[in-house]
Each structure stands twice: as structure tokens, then as C-alpha cells.
Design a protein around this ligand. Structure first.
Ligand SMILES: Cc1cc2nc3c(=O)[nH]c(=O)nc-3n(C[C@H](O)[C@H](O)[C@H](O)COP(=O)(O)O)c2cc1C
Length: 200
């Protein structure tokens, strides 16, 4: 299995999300020694946003059928992965812009999604499962607040578009709430990461 790990943890070594993702990946590698894990670090990649000239270039390449062009490499890599893990912190009720830029880059018609002869949208990605790993300062899983959470929900909707049926989310939340025990919350999430690595 080829696992693709997309790292959008902007705070790098200080990131709690990255610590949680590393815990999951370490446990996963232990349980699946034959699998390969390709890492895409979005803060190193620094893909440019789709400014007008980038979008124009992309449209021209796409119209010319140049889906083999390097511009589409991230989309081809995403579409070909057997399993996908995305790690990103909760920022402004969603995730950092570096991840949005990446998602715009990989959302390419005829690579990650397409349309059938009736015009219906069909997913073209090979992966059956995508795991989103995140940490949040506040608590947004509980009823009453969950409608404000737009990071995991955004990715879950994109999975439907890409044809990835199994979306999962591993999160630690409430980490910046002074009334909560941050260490205990992280420890519980780490334990869940270990368990998830066995069945992912
Ligand atoms: C730019 C920025 C925006 C944030 N926005 C939110 C937010 O909207 N809601 C929230 O509960 N926490 C927010 N947080 C807190 C983070 O979600 C929380 O500290 C998280 O654990 C950070 O993950 P990291 O350690 O992987 O960077 C924000 C933090 C930063 C730096």
C-alpha cells in the first residue's frame, strides 16, 4: 500500500497536530512494515495560490490535454495513493490556507474527479480511506458548536467528490481551554491514534 501523508502543520516542531500525526504514523508503520509512506510537507512545497496567471496556465494545459505536466503532479499523486492522511491544525474554524491551496491544486477534472456521460460527478481517486488528523483550541464536536467546524466537514465533502468512501477524523480538542487538562486530552488522542493505526 502507498500511503500519502500531507503535512499542513504550520508550526512545525511545535505543532501538537504534528505530534499526534507522528504517533499515528509510527504505530501505522509498525503494524504495516511493507507499506510505503510518501510525505508532502506543504510549508516546504509552497505551492502558489491560483492567482489569475496560474489559473490561466492550468486551464491552457488542461485544454491541451497536458495532464502529464508537472503542474498536475500533486493531483496525480493524490489520485494514485492507496490511503491518505492529512494533518492540519484548526485555524479560524477550518484549516490553514496552505491546505486550501493544496486542495485547489489537486482538484483537477479527469484526475481526482470527473463526470460520467450523464453529467453526474464521479470520484476518480484510488484511495478507499482518508484520515484527517487535527487539534483544536476550543471544543467543536459537541452539539451546538459543531456547525461552526468547517475543516473536517470540508474534507469529508471533498472525499465524496473525489470518490473516497471512508472519511475519518482523529482530533484532540479543547487544548487551549484553561479549564481542561491539555496533557490528558493529548494522551487520550494519542491512545486513539494507536488504536486507529491498527484498523486503518
Ligand atoms: C492562526 C490560528 C488560528 C486559530 N483559530 C482557532 C479557531 O478558530 N478556533 C479554535 O478553537 N482554535 C483556534 N486556534 C487554536 C488552535 O486550533 C490550537 O492551538 C491547535 O492545537 C494548534 O495546533 P498546532 O499545535 O498543531 O499548531 C488557532 C490557532 C492559530 C495559530
Amino acid at each position: 500500500m502507498n500511503v500519502l501523508f500531507i503535512d499542513a502543520c504550520v508550526r512545525g516542531e511545535r505543532s501538537r497536530t504534528l505530534a499526534l500525526a507522528r504517533r499515528f504514523l509510527d504505530a501505522y508503520r509498525t503494524g504495516h512494515p511493507e507499506d510505503t509512506v510518501a510525505v508532502r510537507n506543504l510549508c516546504q512545497d509552497r505551492l502558489p495560490p491560483q492567482y489569475p496567471e496560474i489559473l490561466a496556465e492550468r486551464d491552457a494545459l488542461w485544454s491541451a490535454g497536458r495532464l502529464d505536466h508537472p503542474m498536475f503532479q500533486p493531483a496525480r499523486q493524490f489520485a494514485a495513493a492507496d490511503k491518505i492522511v492529512i494533518a492540519a491544525p484548526f485555524w479560524d474554524l477550518s484549516f490553514p490556507a496552505v491546505l486550501k491551496i493544496y486542495l485547489e491544486r489537486i482538484s483537477v477534472c479527469d484526475i481526482t474527479f470527473g463526470y460520467d456521460e450523464t453529467g453526474k460527478s464521479v470520484g476518480l481517486c484510488r484511495a478507499r480511506s482518508l484520515l484527517f488528523i487535527t487539534t483544536r483550541g476550543g471544543s467543536f464536536s459537541r452539539p451546538g458548536a459543531s456547525w461552526m467546524e468547517m475543516g473536517a466537514r470540508h474534507l469529508e465533502a471533498l472525499c465524496a467528490m473525489y470518490g473516497i468512501p471512508d472519511f475519518r477524523c482523529l482530533c484532540a480538542e479543547g487544548l487551549d481551554d484553561v479549564h481542561l487538562d491539555q496533557r490528558a486530552l493529548m494522551q487520550r488522542a494519542m491512545d486513539r491514534a494507536d488504536a486507529l493505526a491498527k484498523e486503518f
